[in-house]
Design a protein around this ligand. Structure first.
Ligand SMILES: Cc1ncc(C[n+]2csc(CCOP(=O)(O)OP(=O)(O)O)c2C)c(N)n1
Length: 345
């Protein structure tokens, strides 16, 4: 099946469709994308300095991450992956927790009360089921809340994807399935992931609408997600969104993309940078200047550096404490392991 790819901003930054948000809101989202990029580059550098464990960069996917979350209410759920730090932060998950998580500190997984963002899922696909669960609970309670789940193209090959999509379709849960098709699942290209021409085709099989969108176009992502969120909130059930994008960096800091893809391909996508596109749009509407850009850069840098300083100032958990960071009631294997550590130290 052929699907149109929704685009609102051309690569040159001119409108080719109806903008879903004001210029002022676009400026706010631009700032959030810049903060995301500064965070991403900082974490990549920190990993090389030995200050973080493996890190999964998302450069190139900022329009997806900020645009998908932008239409949500404060109490909607966000259930995302290891690559979705910008989306999680923008939805209210503290940046300091995201950093702690990458140091292996379990306190990074403590979501503050009132923030409906689950900790990042490292298990590919497993979290989509949780987003159907939160949505179903909200439906039963008539809370009006919506659950957004974000995942990659690779996750669509997991059984969990089928179960989540099927249940959401049958029970008409208010879930938005947001797939960032960045072309690769580590080294596996899209053509080996599926024989389907397009992931959005899969929506049909689960009885839900699908939208294919230019994932490097902030306004198109906001428009698609707004449509899906509004439908979910109105009781019309789930939507599947396939956002076409690309990660310009490695899969994680432990990966060498030079072994499976050409630099030319990456250069093509660098030229479609989602932040540059919005900057051109703002410039064309007299809503951008160098002074403001410097302010945005300073704000981003301060925000990220503050979070890093806060994370690094925390006393590491003691050997005893790491066992109590996971469950309210420790499981027997954890109690046994804690006993073993106490004996050996
Ligand atoms: C259930 C499971 N299988 C395998 C892995 C190893 N793994 C980590 S990321 C990844 C690729 C995921 O690709 P995709 O879903 O497209 O997301 P992306 O990393 O591109 O954002 C794999 C296979 C895992 N974490 N969980």
């Amino acid at each position: 099946m052929q699907h149109e790819t929704l685009q609102i901003l051309s690569e040159g930054g001119t409108l080719v469709g109806e903008p879903p948000i004001t210029i002022q809101r676009t400026r706010e989202l631009y700032e959030a994308m810049v903060i995301g990029r500064v965070y991403d580059r900082k974490c990549t550098a920190m990993q090389k300095q030995g200050r973080l464990a493996t890190y999964a960069p998302f450069e190139g996917q900022e329009a997806c991450q900020i645009g998908a979350v932008a239409p949500l209410n404060n109490d909607d759920w966000v259930v995302a992956t290891y690559r979705d730090a910008a989306a999680m932060w923008f939805a209210g998950y503290p940046m300091v927790n995201l950093i702690l998580g990458r140091t292996g500190d379990e306190r990074g997984g403590n979501t503050p009360d009132g923030i409906n963002v689950l900790p990042p899922s490292i298990t590919v696909g497993g979290h989509m089921i949780h987003a159907v669960g939160t949505a179903w609970a909200d439906k039963l309670q008539s809370s009006g809340r919506v659950s957004l789940t974000m995942f990659g193209d690779g996750a669509t090959s997991e059984g969990d994807f089928h179960e989540a999509m099927n249940f959401a379709g049958v029970f008409a849960t208010p879930t938005v399935f947001f797939c960032q098709n960045n072309g690769w699942a580590i080294s596996l290209p899209f053509e080996r992931q599926t024989a389907a021409a397009s992931l959005v085709d899969k929506a049909v099989g689960y009885g839900m609408p699908g939208i294919k969108v230019d994932g490097n176009d902030l306004l198109a992502v906001v428009s698609a997600t707004t449509q899906a969120v509004d439908a979910a909130r109105a009781g019309e059930g789930p939507t599947f969104i396939e956002a076409m994008t690309y990660r310009v960096g490695p899969h994680t800091t432990a990966d060498d993309p030079g072994r499976y893809r050409t630099e030319d391909l990456t250069t093509t996508w660098r030229d479609r940078d989602p932040i540059d596109r919005v900057r051109r749009y703002l410039e064309g509407n007299d809503a951008w200047d160098a002074t403001w850009e410097n302010d945005v850069a300073d704000t981003a840098s301060a925000k990220v550096e503050d979070a890093v300083a806060e994370a690094e100032a925390l006393e590491p958990l003691s050997g005893k404490e790491i066992f109590s960071a996971m469950f309210a009631q420790p499981t027997q294997p954890l109690i046994d392991q804690q006993g073993m550590l106490a004996r050996d130290s």
